[in-house]
Design a protein around this ligand. Structure first.
Ligand code: CAO
Length: 531
């Protein structure tokens, strides 16, 4: 027999409206008890919410970008009836709403009591810095779990919990100075337990604090680098234990904690980025890129943190992939569009009567079609083996559109078969659709070549990134009048700056130059587009 249970956000230390940044399961997935379900990201930490029981995910009730707090419904889980009962019993025990720290939770009943946990004998060290809080109010801790990390002159140490229980109130904060006997926190423990165990701080001798700060600690944050060897690494015992469990070499990690101390989050971030790159631990080397230094920008002034929206995140992934996988070359040229512009001006009024806005872009699209026909290797993609070129017999052009939410690239189809007016109409429709967030995935698929026109904004040239798996992209900047030497004299001509980036695995420099020269010629004399 099975039954459906609801899984909600457990006590997350009082954090509210925390972002869901990742769904780690999908409907139909089988999960074990304690497997991670979703990842939340708060101001201070990223945390994964574990499954309370083994079972099969039925419905996910949150999506990436949602904001949740304790008690928000995450998903429904189909569990074996027995597990369901156990879970139900457990859910009943846990209050749905976090209890204020000063109140006794109902679950504790008469049998529970609150004890005070103080700094134990730390070898006579006095006024030792609290450098990390490893627990928060509401956390369940086991006997011997580390509670806080202290840093003295000679060593860094974790103070363990004297017994199992639930943290009620923290009595210290990072930066406080404590000595033996200073109150750390209050802990709610089962009433029949007595704090007999003497707390022994876990010392890490290798993390000796040098008399002088190491040189890199004095450098600006932007230059923070991973430590050269594990012996120089500055990390608490619990972080060292985590690194050991994950097989991570601490000397590879860039520290974000005070005095270059590696935090648990640094280890997690390192492992995530190593997994994303397909490299792990000390295998990082060769062409693999070292993790970016973690910089606390608040050190330099006021900051505000805003999450990237979905379009920006996806664009980031795509342009990054193209940037690292495509060997780019960018070629520049200027097309003399004086005649084109005169013609466009003549046609503008007639077009406007039909409700059509005729910009230079549609002429550029037609000129690109001609160039793609003349140089078919530009209308191609490399097959996944990298050994064959797939030549396309159709001409669908991607047009980069700037929207308030970021860059999108809808595709205008069969540009070779359409006239200027139709193209102008389609361009207006598709860019309006893009700005209204109405584009479907289908609207953005199947492009052969992309045009990124910044001409309406300004600038003289730029290096566009190839929209892989396409092999070339044209960047268009703002046309301006320039003196051009013709027939022994300078004449004012309207010059359009073009930037052509291409995949050098497919296109040679000479072909790149031929393509852009051909394109410029077509734009300089649009009559030739009829030939
Ligand atoms: N030189 C000079 N003027 C230009 C020009 C150029 N190369 N291109 C366009 N213009 C003029 C147009 O003629 C128009 O002027 P009028 O209103 O006086 O006629 C004005 O600039 C605005 O044009 P537009 O931007 O509205 O229209 P468009 O057809 O040129 O472009 C679109 C349409 C959707 C491509 C554009 O609006 C856009 O979003 N561009 C940004 C693309 C982008 O972000 N690329 C970056 C990718 S890499 O991150």
């Amino acid at each position: 027999m099975s039954k459906i249970i609801e899984v909600s956000v457990p006590d997350i230390g009082g954090a509210k409206d925390v972002d869901v940044i990742e769904l780690l399961v999908a409907p139909g997935d089988s999960v074990k008890a304690e497997s991670s379900l979703i990842t939340l990201e708060g101001d201070k930490a990223t945390m994964e919410i574990p499954s309370p029981a083994a079972g099969k995910v039925r419905d996910i009730k949150v999506k990436v970008g949602d904001k949740v707090s304790q008690g928000s419904l995450i998903l429904t889980l189909e569990v074996a009836d027995e597990a369901g009962k156990a879970e139900e019993a457990e859910q009943k025990q846990k209050p749905a709403v976090p209890q204020p720290a000063s109140e006794k939770p109902q679950s504790a009943g008469a049998a529970s009591k609150t004890i005070e946990v103080s700094v134990p004998d730390i070898g006579g060290a006095k006024d030792v810095d609290v450098i990390e809080l490893l627990v928060a109010p509401g956390d369940e801790v086991k006997a011997e779990s580390p509670l806080i990390t202290l840093e003295g002159d000679k060593a860094t140490m974790d103070i363990p919990s004297p017994q199992a229980g639930k943290v009620r109130e923290m009595k210290v904060k990072v930066g406080d100075k404590v000595s033996q006997g200073s109150l750390i926190l209050t802990l709610e423990v089962a009433g029949d337990q007595v704090a007999k165990t003497e707390q022994k701080p876990e010392l890490t001798q290798p993390t000796k604090i040098p008399e002088k700060q190491p040189e890199f600690a004095a450098q600006p944050a932007a230059e923070k680098q991973p430590a050269a060897s594990t012996a120089e690494v500055h990390a608490g015992p619990s972080v060292r234990r985590l690194a050991r469990e994950l097989g991570v070499d601490l000397s590879q990690i860039t520290a974000s904690g005070p005095k270059n101390r590696i935090l648990k989050e640094d280890v997690q971030r390192f492992v995530k980025s190593a997994l994303a790159r397909g490299t792990v631990g000390s295998a990082v080397g060769g062409l693999a890129v070292a993790p970016a230094p973690v910089i606390d920008f608040a050190e330099f002034g006021e900051i505000e943190t805003k999450p990237l929206n979905k379009i920006k995140r996806l664009t980031g992934i795509n342009v990054h992939r193209s940037w690292v996988t495509v060997p780019h070359v960018t070629q520049f040229a200027e097309a003399d569009i004086t005649e084109l512009e005169a013609f466009r001006e003549q046609q503008k009024a007639a077009a406007e009567k039909k409700g059509i806005k005729l910009t230079p872009l549609v002429f550029i699209m037609k000129a690109v079609v001609a160039a793609l026909k003349a140089f078919p290797q530009f209308n191609a993609s490399l097959d996944p083996s990298g050994e064959q070129l797939i030549l396309k017999k159709y001409v669908h052009l991607g047009v980069a559109v700037d929207t308030p939410n970021g860059l999108v690239v809808p595709v205008v189809r069969n540009v070779d078969q359409k006239g200027l007016y139709i193209l102008a109409e389609e361009l207006a429709k598709i860019s309006a659709k893009a700005r209204d967030k109405g584009l479907s995935v289908a609207d953005m698929r199947g492009g052969c070549f992309t045009i990124s026109s910044l001409g309406g904004i300004g600038g003289t040239a730029f290096t566009p990134i190839v929209n892989s798996p396409e092999v070339a992209i044209l960047g268009v900047s703002k046309a301006s009048i320039k003196p051009v030497y013709q027939n022994n004299t300078f004449v004012p001509r309207l010059m359009l700056p073009l930037s052509l980036s291409y995949d050098h695995r497919v296109i040679d420099g000479a072909d790149g130059a031929r393509f852009i020269v051909y394109l410029s010629e077509k734009l300089s004399d649009i009559r030739t587009l009829l030939l």
